[in-house]
Design a protein around this ligand. Structure first.
Ligand SMILES: Cc1cc2nc3c(=O)[nH]c(=O)nc-3n(C[C@H](O)[C@H](O)[C@H](O)COP(=O)(O)OP(=O)(O)OC[C@H]3O[C@@H](n4cnc5c(N)ncnc54)[C@H](O)[C@@H]3O)c2cc1C
Length: 506
């Protein structure tokens, strides 16, 4: 079969590319080695940032003047962040929630209230009429009257505090799965548990893509006029395995978050500040809990990059205590942790890579028709799909005619009679579980728990309900009693390894 485009990687970037390309009429195949959204897209801080971060300390006006390329890039990134935030909030309101962020402004730390006001006004100007920032600058008297803020460090040195609205993706994995399913509805072939083992150029100028179906163990090959490598932090490994001699384009950066329960006065509040070393620190509400991070460091996308290490967890607890010395935490307060490797665009001399978001056309490196996307984020994934489609349209014509794209959050068919299962504050209808198992490309229990229904991210990570969920879908999945047992143990092992909850047992 000859496709117009073969996409490698079913994270948010590949999913969005598939949705936009299929809508534009390109015959498209999306290939994911594991489950959709199980890579970095499942390990984020879930923020649809307003773009303020691109103006943060270290990106001072002097730094910008010294590095005009960086200044231009960062202004453009902030503009895109504001625009994409508004678009997502407007088109898919079911999958985001507004949260009130608080950013302390300390005297002698570089951001006086007037500068903060200027920054926010600039952001507002970049997106007139968009989702509001609702920013306000609180004076020190009002700070004192908000109990949670009294736990902040050096409260006597505060010059004020900015309060503004950010949006949190409620469940990025489901946004990614919805996007894949929307692409499928538009005619895209979507395959999870299908690893691309190598790619090579054919005499007719198409690409041969060798794949391994991990469900059956069978090796196959397919052909495509264009290959889009959207494998996130793995993009260079795909080229390496194919013995294509291409420049390195990605720099992985491992980030970690930990979840804790804070006193009631913190309920629903979010904080953003800079640590003493200038690194950003985010404290973000999640259901009744909070998580904080990210403590980034260069890392390859190996298994260690997707599991929080003890030193980093302890470091994050220290970071928290330096920001909120009024309520010191200890290691025992950490309920769970997660980590992931960010795909960042490589740049010589920058060990952390850079924030540029780029589609690399590898024609100049001897691989015409081979494209690599780097630096893709959750918050800009729609624009990634648009820009990739526009770029590929300049190279080939779509085989099919275009169709309207859907950004809809998928809903399960109504079934008022269905019984429910509940765990950790989440309630799911049995009918929805069974629908997902049957129609949403599920292979393992963790696909269902984390990426089709929300039990995985509930407070106890769904450990108490895993067996009931496996049993509820066993007839659809063809799982025997022994397989149900295996799936439950596999799930527990996954939660222990990747989130540090319970003991590894498989
Ligand atoms: C701690 C942390 C916090 C973050 N916070 C935010 C945030 O608040 N907001 C935000 O917008 N972004 C955030 N990010 C960044 C964001 O999560 C990622 O940039 C984004 O999810 C990357 O998506 P992707 O599709 O490019 O990569 P991925 O989601 O990793 O997808 C790539 C996929 O390619 C697959 N793959 C690899 N090799 C092959 C192969 N050979 N064959 C087939 N498939 C293959 C992988 O299995 C993977 O699923 C954060 C990241 C981290 C780590």
């Amino acid at each position: 079969m000859l496709f117009d485009v073969a996409i490698i990687g079913g994270g948010i970037t590949g999913a969005s590319a598939a949705n936009h390309l299929a809508a534009a009429g390109f015959s498209t195949v999306l290939l994911e080695q594991s489950d959709f959204a199980s890579g970095t897209s499942s390990r984020s801080s879930r923020l649809q940032h307003c773009g303020l971060t691109y103006f943060s300390p270290g990106r001072s006006i002097w730094n910008f003047l010294r590095h005009p390329r960086m200044a231009f890039e960062h202004l453009e990134l902030a503009r895109r962040a504001m625009r994409d935030r508004s678009r997502f909030v407007t088109t898919t309101p079911e999958r985001v929630r507004a949260i009130r962020f608080h950013m302390p402004l300390y005297r002698h730390e570089g951001i006086p209230p007037w500068k903060a006001r200027l920054g926010f006004r600039l952001l507002e100007m970049m997106d007139r009429g968009g989702a509001p920032l609702d920013f306000e600058i609180l004076s020190t008297d009002r700070i004192i009257s908000t109990p949670a803020l009294n736990h902040l460090r050096d409260s006597e040195k505060l010059a004020g505090l900015v309060r503004f609205t950010e949006y949190q993706f409620d469940w990025p994995e489901r946004i990614c799965v919805d996007t894949v399913l929307n692409a499928h509805d538009l005619g895209a072939t979507v395959r999870n548990y299908t690893r691309v083992t190598s790619i090579g150029k054919c005499p007719d100028a198409s690409w041969r893509v060798d794949i391994l179906d991990l469900r059956t163990g069978l090796a196959e090959a397919l052909h495509a006029k264009i290959v889009l490598n959207a494998a996130g932090a793995w993009v260079d490994q795909v080229a390496g395995a194919s013995r294509l001699s291409l420049p390195r384009v990605n720099q992985g950066l491992k980030g970690t978050n930990v979840a804790v329960r804070l006193p009631l006065e913190f309920q629903g509040l979010a904080f953003e500040t800079a640590l003493e070393n200038g690194d950003p620190f985010y404290l973000i509400p999640w259901r009744d809990l909070h998580y904080f991070g990210p403590r980034d460091q260069p890392h390859d996308p190996d298994p260690a990059g997707f599991s929080a290490d003890e030193d980093t967890i302890l470091g994050l607890v220290r970071d928290f205590n330096s920001v909120f010395p009024g309520i010191p935490l200890s290691r025992e307060d950490v309920l769970y942790s997660w980590a992931g490797v960010r795909p960042r665009t490589a740049r010589p001399g920058h060990p952390d890579g850079c924030e540029a978001v780029l589609l690399h056309d590898m024609a100049g490196a001897g691989a015409p028709g081979y494209f690599i996307y780097t630096g893709g984020l959750l918050m800009t994934h729609r624009q990634a799909g648009v820009s990739i489609t526009d770029a590929l349209r300049r190279h080939i014509r779509p085989t099919n005619s275009s169709r309207p794209i859907s950004y809809a959050a998928r809903t399960f068919p109504p079934d008022k009679e269905s019984q429910t299962l509940s765990s950790g504050g989440e309630t799911v209808r049995l009918a929805d579980l069974r629908f997902a198992a049957e129609h949403e490309h599920v292979l393992n229990l963790d696909d269902l728990m984390f990426r089709r229904v929300p039990f995985g991210w509930s407070e106890g990570m769904g450990l108490d309900i895993a067996e009931a969920v496996a049993e509820a879908v066993s007839d659809i999945m063809g799982w025997s009693t022994a397989e149900v047992g295996y799936q439950v143990e596999r799930y527990k092992a996954h939660v222990a390894r990747d989130f540090g909850v319970g003991l590894p047992c498989i």
